[in-house]
Design a protein around this ligand. Sequence first.
Ligand SMILES: [Zn+2]
Length: 91
Amino acid sequence: MRITCPFCGERELGEFTYLGDAKPVRPVAGASEDEVFDYVYLRDNVAGVMSENWYHGGGCRAWLKVTRNTLTHEISAVEPAAGAGAAKVGA
Ligand SMILES: [Zn+2]
């Protein structure tokens, strides 16, 4: 599998680190214990298209949001993760 980094271009998978599902949103301060538990421990086991966080540690060190089919490993989109490396776009 190869990932096309928006900053570096197409690179080998070994340059990237998988950081999990990009969908969970951090609970607000004062959230219930159940909401925090769900955020920290519960993840969907998606068989199909999902958004994932990846880190390009072997390249630009940007956090990326990758849309990937977990059954075929086909990648349909790669974009900078919100607040991580986004300032480099268009620089
Ligand atoms: Zn990169």
